[in-house]
Design a protein around this ligand. Structure first.
Ligand code: ADP
Ligand code: ZN
Length: 618
């Protein structure tokens, strides 16, 4: 880094050639080349594409090819080091400026920028707003401004950053410089806000589908959360990295400790941990293989690990937006990944109560209520999860996906109108304050101590529900709550009470179809054949080679203090195993291998492959 660079203007490459040379890919994905062309022409663009779709290349390639430095504004300081490492690994002249750098390190970066030796410069918004930095910009040529995580400009989004409101003030001072705003946050309000607040009215918008086809969505009933999680991890993700989301700090600690006892490499992450420990855990997640992070929502923003193979929710997320964001951290590399969740009646009740007793005016509560209803409806839906999820974001998905539980396992629905009437009537007659356990006892006609004491054995609804089991009654109550047909009281121990939407059902004006819950005993092991795991080699020998190359990758990563995926992605490694390149040019032809990485690593990997083939042959 400290050598003086001869200011070498990038050779006149086409964007396709740059894609091959620096990133090792042969074809652009949807929108990428249109966006790049536009920016190369000096025009603005607004890019709304889901996580993992390849937004970064849209500003990285024009930054490399256009004269001057590309200035990338990002709030994710923790990420900059890795982003820059990854670019440098690809032979791109990249650097960053943020508060984590010492004064000397920062002035070294600034010197290199002035000398024209930096093509891509990541900065935090605070830095962009500093007068000193703006002076620097006025002294150098600027290739473009890219505003990453552009939703931070909007109060409607979940990560509002006031500094983002002042970005346009800076970029407007450089009228000839193209601007790109990028985000993966979809909703309409936020979208309009971005265009307005970043003053991008002349920008062409590029919007892609929010579908994440490689993610398999599954939502199951919780009966024993820990055991279900462990079964899931052991059966489907034995050595994989992933995130387990829970609602509270204590649960994060407990579950992580328990998974450790079971022999898994699990670590907790939440805002209650000391900063150093948090950072250490995050580093291990990035740099080691197969770490399971058990976390609250404090973890995730700015985690750019491409090979997260699963995101598991042991508690409900707060909304559909949150669900999409959190599950979206899985499978950024495009390889198969799982979004897996378990939930139960108790979660639904807890969420309802939380939201009823929350601060905020009625309008706010109304919005929250609707958001929760959408989420619960999503959990209970019998239609394709992907279709339901995309519809929530106003995107139509005409087919069924074949890659979610509702598509893969048939879901039965049944006409529950009469049982629902009985269930609601039982709530009414017992005084609208009891929970599912007691109500179920009444419906089943269980003469418990408590029931006799309360005189509930004399009610008309006592014993009228013997056609269903206790478990089925809990299912009816859960789905009534989820559908907004029954409300939760705000008492310390919450019970159920009727709401306006209960009456049409009670009066027989609305029919009610419910989902039939699967029997818990059939905790079915999915056949691995249907999963298409990230690694499934035909021969034992290939598996051996895979392990060997993985070890080599880890060695190199540790020696250079970078995450293994910065050396090569799983996908590239996998291709290496299948193709078994024997020389430099075959190596260079692999997906995700550019010229710089070939120079750096081809020898060691080619040797390993040759040795392996040799040992196999002998
Ligand atoms: P986003 O910023 O949209 O979340 P990234 O820019 O991090 O996504 O890209 C996600 C992954 O896709 C990265 O591993 C990247 O190398 C890869 N990628 C991007 N463009 C291409 C392409 N044209 N061909 C193959 N892989 C690509
Ligand atoms: Zn589906």
């Amino acid at each position: 880094m400290n050598h003086k660079c001869v200011s070498d203007p990038a050779p006149a490459l086409s964007s396709r050639q740059a894609l091959r040379k620096y990133f090792g890919y042969d074809t652009f994905r949807t929108h990428q080349s249109d966006i790049i062309d536009r920016v190369m022409d000096g025009k603005d663009a607004f890019v709304l594409m889901p996580t993992g779709s390849g937004k970064s290349i849209c500003y990285q390639i024009p930054s490399i090819l256009r004269p001057g430095v590309g200035v990338i504004v990002s709030p994710l300081i923790a990420l900059m080091q890795d982003q820059v490492d990854a670019l440098q690994e690809n032979g791109v002249r990249a650097a960053y400026l943020n508060s984590s750098l010492s004064a000397e390190a920062a002035s070294r970066v600034i010197r290199r920028v002035v000398e024209g030796c930096v093509d891509i410069l990541y900065v935090a918004p605070e830095r962009l707003l500093m007068p000193g930095f703006q002076q620097l910009l006025s002294r150098v040529a600027i290739a473009l401004f890219a505003i990453d995580e552009a939703h931070c400009v909007s109060q409607w989004g979940h990560d509002f950053r006031p500094e983002y409101r002042r970005i346009a003030g800076v970029t407007n001072a450089f009228p000839g410089v193209p601007r790109l705003a990028l985000t993966a946050t979809a909703d309409r309000l936020t979208r309009d806000d971005i265009v307005e607040k970043l003053e991008l009215n002349r920008a062409t918008a590029f919007v892609s589908s929010f579908d994440r086809p490689n993610i398999t969505y599954r939502i199951q009933l919780k009966n024993s959360a820990k055991k279900q999680l462990l079964d899931f991890l052991r059966a489907e993700h034995p050595d994989d990295a992933g995130i387990v989301y829970v609602r509270t700090r204590k649960r994060a600690d407990d579950i992580a400790a328990w998974l450790q006892e079971q022999g898994l490499k699990a670590l907790p992450y939440h805002a209650g941990l000391a900063r150093d420990l948090r950072i250490a855990h995050q580093q291990r997640f990035l740099r080691e293989e197969g770490v399971v992070m058990v976390a609250t929502i404090a973890f995730g923003m700015g985690i750019d690990k491409p090979d997260v193979r699963f995101v598991a929710h042991l508690d409900l997320p707060s909304s559909m937006e949150a669900y999409y964001q959190e599950t979206g951290r899985a499978g950024r590399d495009g390889q198969p990944a799982d979004a897996w969740m378990v939930y139960a009646l108790a979660d639904v009740v807890a969420m309802r109560k939380l939201q009823e007793t929350s601060d905020g005016n009625d309008a706010f509560k109304q919005i929250q209520r609707r958001k929760l209803e959408s989420l619960l409806g999503f959990c209970e839906t019998a239609v394709c999860r992907r279709k339901a999820l995309l519809n929530y974001f106003d995107e139509s998905y005409p087919e069924v996906c074949g890659n979610c539980d509702n598509c893969n396992e048939s879901v039965e629905t049944w006409d529950a109108t009469i049982p629902a009437q009985k269930a609601l009537s039982c709530v009414y007659r017992t005084g609208q304050r009891f929970g599912a356990a007691h109500l179920t006892d009444v419906l089943l006609g269980n003469e418990t101590e408590r029931i006799r004491h309360l005189g509930h054995h004399r009610l008309k609804t006592f014993g009228v529900g013997q056609e269903l089991s206790a478990r089925q009654w809990r299912s009816v109550y859960r789905q009534l709550i989820a559908a907004g047909r029954l409300a939760v009281t705000t008492a310390a121990i919450p019970g159920f009470c009727l709401c306006p939407e209960s009456w049409p059902v009670l009066k027989g004006e609305s029919r009610l179809m419910l989902r039939r819950d699967p029997e818990p005993v059939q905790a079915k092991k999915r056949s691995r054949a249907s999963v298409q795991p990230a690694v499934d080699f035909e021969s034992q020998a290939d598996l051996g080679l895979w392990e060997r190359l993985r070890r080599l990758r880890l060695e190199i990563a540790q020696a250079n203090d970078i995450p293994p995926f910065v050396v090569f992605h799983d996908k590239t490694l996998r291709e290496m195993v299948l193709e078994k390149p024997t020389n430099r040019s075959e190596f260079l032809a692999l997906n995700g291998v550019g010229e710089h990485k070939t120079d750096q690593y081809s020898e060691r990997f080619l040797d390993a492959i040759r040795d392996h083939e040799h040992e196999k042959g002998s």
